[in-house]
Design a binder for this molecule. Sequence first.
Ligand code: 3SK
Length: 509
Amino acid sequence: ELRFPAQLNCAAELLDRRVADGDGARLCVQAPDGPRWTYADLNEQANRIAAVLVHDMGLVPGNRVLLDAPNNPMLTACWFGVLKAGGIAVTAMPLLRVKELTQIVDKARITHALCDSALAERLETVIAACPTLTQVRYFHGAADDGLEALMARHDGRFDTVDTAADDVCLIAFTSGTTGVPKATVHFHRDVMAICHCFPHHILRPEPDDVFIGSPPLAFTFGLGGLLLFPMTVGASSVLLEHAGPPQLLDAIEKFGATVLFTAPTSYRILAKHDLRGTTLRKCVSAGEPLPPSTRTRWREATGLELIDGIGATEMLHIFISADEAHARPGATGRAVPGYEARVVDEAGNTLGPGEIGLLAVRGPTGCRYLADERQTVYVRDGWNYTGDAYSIDADGYFHYQARSDDMIVSSGYNIAAPEVEDALAGHFAVADCAVVGVPDEDRGQIVKAYVVLRPEVEDRDGMVEELQDFVKQTVAPYKYPRAIVFVDALPRTPTGKLQRFRLRETVVP
Ligand code: 3SK
């Protein structure tokens, strides 16, 4: 069992302590066109930001700070600056639209924001609708009152706030099945727990490792894999603002990356290249189920065995996995030491090998939703129900079967069907609609919409593209329906409830 002192600040543990222990000169974070910061550099930047937050922006411990930027070194300095000042970091995905970001600012009652000036336009629109958000500074711009100008007025020293291990340091958002984002709340000790479990027992990084990958730091998969886990051994990370497969390939070669974090979709595309002789030595796949064929293709392309894992924003990071030597095709792995997992029926009874049921997990991290009635659905009798259907084999390996709710997982993105329906319904031509996830070889699943058009819409030509564009303008573009089928009516119960399961079964051309 992991034990932590009553007073703990994870920024002090991961950053101040490493510098104090003599690793200050080691490379910590870098970007292709950006700075190369050692641990001492990052610590100094974070100290200056903490000073700006406290002395210039009036932050008091417990205030929630929106961090709005693509993956880059400055975002990491802001993340640590907030935690050092005793604040709570709420990092937003760069792809979110105004509507989604406004929901986040409202729900988390955000008062402060540090934002990359590249995203200023979006944030200004959000600020106009959110009266709580009054303190905002932009970075990577040239303004006289920009964050860097304020940072320059402080020295690089700051006494990290002495927080309690159970103080909140992070609120991470995840889309709910209803489309209303859920806020998950995590403590300083949760961050230290994930820094111990997966890295120590499964990944086992070395100080000279160079981490790289695609998930945004706003997604806890990326926060752990690209920022926190390298820091557990004094390793470094390459941060890419655009991390599609072409950029990843280039950067892996350019920086001699050794540890890769990305999703199966990305591994499938990367595996089309001959990567024998690659500098990579550890490759972690999560965010969506890993098909056995992707594991095989990656092994053929690189000679490396993938480290598969399942995590959840609610749990902060990966809780079932297997290292390269213990991987089994078709299985995600076993419970990561520190966690317990089982497969249960609806009543919570443990099922035996081969039986399909709900995945339940517990350990040093767990789900705490912010003011959300779904808490009692996710956590029952101390067990976290992740919403996945699994079976377990006789050796304790967990085999993924399906999502047990209406969440669509496409290319590693969680997409709530009702949210896409809501967006479609805003188009004048749509009388009724329903959205489901359907299997797709490349993306795991894709979003498919069934649409009933209004009778006055005579010309269907071009309507598919128009609706797709409309959704892309309304919500984050990755949520748009890649397939749209026009139907006369949707299957509903006599009380009007949509029967999505019937659409999933329907074979429509
Ligand atoms: O989706 C996952 O598998 C995952 C992995 C690590 C951290 C967070 C998540 C959601």
